[in-house]
Design a protein around this ligand. Structure first.
Ligand SMILES: Cc1ncc(COP(=O)(O)O)c(C=O)c1O
Length: 381
């Protein structure tokens, strides 16, 4: 059996006609940059995220960059974040000449450990940049309390977490000053290329981001700020407008798949024998959680790399998010970090494995994945 890590055909095939119509309408209109499709998407995403505004941008990376720019982050500033995330979180801070200050992760949620944030705050700290890794919100209440106490701004990197909720029911992206989303095709809501969104509630930030998105100009050709071309394409917005109403259904399917994995791993004694550690949300209530949207279903395992090779031979695709934590990346050598600085992030980088979780994954495929993991540990105790 072949089990891909992600199969988007399940999402796109039933929408083929609507998607083709949406694309041809944009082509007919000749309005390729921003325009009505982007406006429609922005209104819908703001409503969905329960924020005052949403601004379409060119990617999740640019959502982070423009948010940091809007908050005035630059040389001399420090931004506190996690070393266990996709490169863009930290790359965006460094591109603006600011310094990323890392805080180790909580080993259960894989998100920034709020208990370790305060000791890293200095007079240069400008913002906190938590990441909702794999689709599970970081500890928003604790982070908000720290930000309030020290007068810091918060940017949520919710690139992997559209539709995720905090335990109080509020949506990812609306506890920070700004929330950033990615519509990269592998995300729970993906377009047919690159795209992103910034959400928030402060009208001044809204205006700054709108200006920064078009080279800092207002009106056209009169530049108040040095911005960039951070615009979302109309074609991508039109595609996302077709897909958005199915996001909740797809997220729910991901949760059901997660619950099924939880049951299958428990039935196989892989959890009891401590070969496999399930994501914390599956642990928490031994089943479905409303809060996690499982952009990735990531387990902790022994002999991770051997298991991954074995699964590949058996036709099961997996991925490692991420093999090298950011404090150990060569391009950040000037920060002078060394192995051992963030032990939980380093351990996670050695032990985590993402399994297929996409909507459309069948129960038969999930059973096969767990059977193969079981047989690996039978022959590699
Ligand atoms: C945590 C995180 N931040 C930022 C990004 C950047 O998003 P994009 O690929 O749309 O630029 C991603 C996407 O991979 C991500 O996973």
């Amino acid at each position: 059996m072949n089990v891909p890590l992600l199969d988007l055909n399940f999402q796109h095939r039933p929408l083929q006609k609507e998607l083709a119509e949406a694309i041809s309408q944009v082509v007919e209109s000749n309005a390729f940059i921003l325009g009505p499709d982007v406006n429609r998407l922005e209104t819908a995403i703001a409503k969905y995220c329960e924020t005052e505004f949403a601004i379409g941008v060119s990617s999740g990376t640019d959502a982070l960059l423009i948010s940091l720019m809007a908050l005035g982050v630059g040389p001399g500033n420090e931004v506190i974040t996690t070393p266990y995330t996709f490169f863009a979180t930290v790359g965006s801070i460094v591109r603006l000449g600011a310094k990323p200050v890392f805080v180790d992760i909580d080993p259960v949620s894989f998100n920034i450990d709020p208990d370790k944030i305060e000791e890293k705050i200095t007079s240069k700290t400008k913002a906190l940049l938590p990441v909702h890794l794999y689709g599970q919100c970081a500890d928003g209440e604790a982070i908000q309390a720290i930000a309030k106490k020290h007068d810091l701004r918060i940017i949520e990197d919710a690139a992997q977490a559209i539709g995720s909720q905090y335990p109080d029911g509020s949506k990812a992206g609306n506890k920070g000053d700004l929330g950033c989303f990615s519509f990269f095709p592998t995300k729970n809501l993906g377009c047919f290329g690159d795209g992103g969104m910034v959400v928030g509630n402060d009208p001044d930030l809204k205006e700054r981001i709108q200006i920064l998105r078009v080279h800092g100009s207002k009106p056209k050709y009169y530049h108040e700020l040095v911005g960039g071309n951070f615009r979302l394409d109309s074609l991508q917005a039109a595609i996302l407008n077709v897909k958005l109403h199915l996001l909740e259904k797809w997220n729910q399917e991901r949760r059901e798949n997660a619950k099924r994995y939880g049951q299958l791993f428990t039935d196989n004694c892989l959890v009891k024998n401590q070969k496999v550690q399930l994501p914390s949300a599956v642990h928490a209530d031994s089943g479905v959680t409303n809060h996690h949207t499982y952009n990735q279903f990531v387990i902790r395992v022994l002999k991770r790399d051997e298991l991954r090779d074995y699964l590949r031979e058996k036709g099961v695709s997996t991925e490692v998010y991420y093999p090298v934590p950011l404090h150990l990346q060569r391009c950040f050598e000037s920060l002078e970090h060394k192995e051992g600085d963030f032990p939980e992030a380093e351990k996670a980088a050695r032990e985590t494995l993402a399994l297929p979780i996409f909507p459309g994954l069948t129960s038969g495929q999930q059973e096969y994945v767990v059977q193969q993991i079981n047989s690996f540990y039978e022959s590699n105790p």
